[in-house]
Design a protein around this ligand. Structure first.
Ligand code: ATP
Ligand code: MG
Length: 414
């Protein structure tokens, strides 16, 4: 087992000293037992949030749907949650008509807290002082068999919270576990329930799916479980299934993202979304161009339409969608390899992201290889304008002066 986090242990110790029950729980215990370093630590306790605040006066109480205490210990943030009880009855107004839970802030016992969790391997409670593990659901055995099983009746648990479908795909990708039979069976037919989840929550989930170092395997899992189009309905179906048509561009984007994360380089959802949604943008733009629209305008309009459709399913905060759109609409500008236009393009703040995207496009279109080589050469000796807060910020020198930004966009030229 990995070394325990001394700060999480300290939080547990202090709660226990005050007479409360407290454990390290959830993903952190699972990851420790798998020999992985947990990305964060959760503590579960029978102390209610106000009591946690008495033990840790500087704790912050947060959350509306689930109230929690955030305790900072030695620079580490530990989430301390009170044991939660059984879900309320079907006829209670806490329950959405199709079985989805809207609010559940009902405190409960340790065992009740275990069974309301999603998967058995996420419901292990570790007492870091004694080293004991409390397991009410067979999570330890499932972990050693590398099985991902929902606790309780699978269809009911997916209906309560359809995001568990995506969590299943994520854990398969991240942990290399396989779905148990009962857990796997309802997945396809439940996929449509994801459309009732608030888009903001799905965006958060998309970030967890693709930006935690396992994007390539996650896409594979989403495809296998036919969940891809439930997240990205703008993508074309592969056959009559929930699978989407993917290709080398998307696959390489996922692989590159994973590689960047592995060496602690920053990644942005803007670039990932550019890759994921490019196919419908390109197709829509072709249709518009075939109808006589100028290339840049067609691309621009296609980008707006695709983003507008996608945000109905997963929100895309504007700070990202603006960049995604720029990455797309800069693509035709790479065709001008000489003169003022070429120079202006090199001076653009998003040049590097757009160039990386051009390289991705060459994965599917070999005729772009020469163009890629040209722009690879063209950058040599040029100080790229990386802008403030850009992910390609790796040069501390000031960006080159631009005389007139507008002049450099093709739309303004034609
Ligand atoms: P990760 O490695 O991604 O953090 P995790 O299992 O810790 O994985 P979190 O989203 O941090 O995932 O949730 C912490 C714990 O809360 C889970 O391990 C699980 O026990 C419980 N949990 C989270 N989401 C749900 C859900 N939708 N339904 C039931 N229980 C959940
Ligand atoms: Mg976690």
């Amino acid at each position: 087992m990995q070394q325990l986090c001394p700060h999480a242990t300290e939080v547990v110790r202090r709660l226990q000293e005050e007479g409360y029950e407290a454990y390290i729980v959830g993903g952190s215990v699972r990851d420790l037992l798998l020999g992985k370093v947990p990305k964060d630590y959760d503590v579960a306790t029978d102390a209610i949030p106000e009591e946690v605040k008495t033990v840790f006066p500087r704790a912050r109480l947060i959350g509306r749907r689930f109230r929690l205490a955030h305790v900072r210990m030695g620079g580490t943030l530990i989430e301390v949650a009170t044991f939660r009880g059984p879900q309320v009855n079907e006829d209670d107004d806490h329950m959405h008509q199709n079985g989805r839970i809207l609010r559940d802030n009902v405190w409960g016992s340790l065992e009740e807290d275990a069974i309301r969790r999603d998967f058995t391997i996420n419901a292990l409670f570790l007492d870091p002082i004694s080293g004991d593990i409390q397991d009410f659901v067979g999570g330890y055995r499932d972990l050693s068999e590398r099985k991902l099983r929902l606790i309780g009746d699978a269809p009911t648990r997916y209906r309560e919270d359809p995001v568990r479908l995506l969590r299943a795909a994520r854990f398969v990708a991240k942990l290399g576990v396989e779905l148990g039979e009962e857990t796997a069976k309802p997945v396809n037919e439940m996929a449509s329930l994801l459309k009732d989840i608030p888009p903001a929550r799905l965006f958060e989930e998309v970030c967890k799916l693709f930006m935690t170092g396992h994007a390539a395997r996650t896409l594979e899992a989403l495809q296998r479980f036919q969940l891809t189009r439930a997240l990205f309905p703008v993508l074309k179906a592969k056959g009559s299934s929930g699978k989407a048509q993917t290709g080398p561009l998307m696959d390489t984007a996922m692989k590159n993202t994973d590689e960047r994360i592995a060496v602690q380089k920053p990644v942005t959802p803007a670039f990932l979304l550019a890759a994921l949604l490019w196919q419908p943008v390109r197709e829509r733009a072709s249709t518009l161009e075939a109808g006589g629209m100028q290339e840049y305008l067609a691309l621009s309009q296609a980008a707006d339409e695709v983003i507008a459709k996608q945000v109905q399913r997963t929100a895309i905060p504007r700070r990202f969608s603006v960049i995604t759109r720029q990455i797309w609409t800069m693509q035709p500008r790479f065709n001008h390899t000489r003169g003022r236009r070429a120079k202006a393009l090199l001076g653009e703040r998003r040049f590097r992201a757009a160039y990386d995207f051009l390289l991705l496009r060459a994965e599917e279109d070999a005729s772009l290889k020469d163009l890629c080589d040209h722009w690879t050469e063209a950058q040599k000796g040029v100080v790229l304008n990386t802008g403030q807060g850009d992910r390609y910020k790796n040069d501390s020198r000031p960006p080159p002066r631009r005389r007139n930004r507008r002049r450099s966009t093709p739309a303004a030229k034609s």
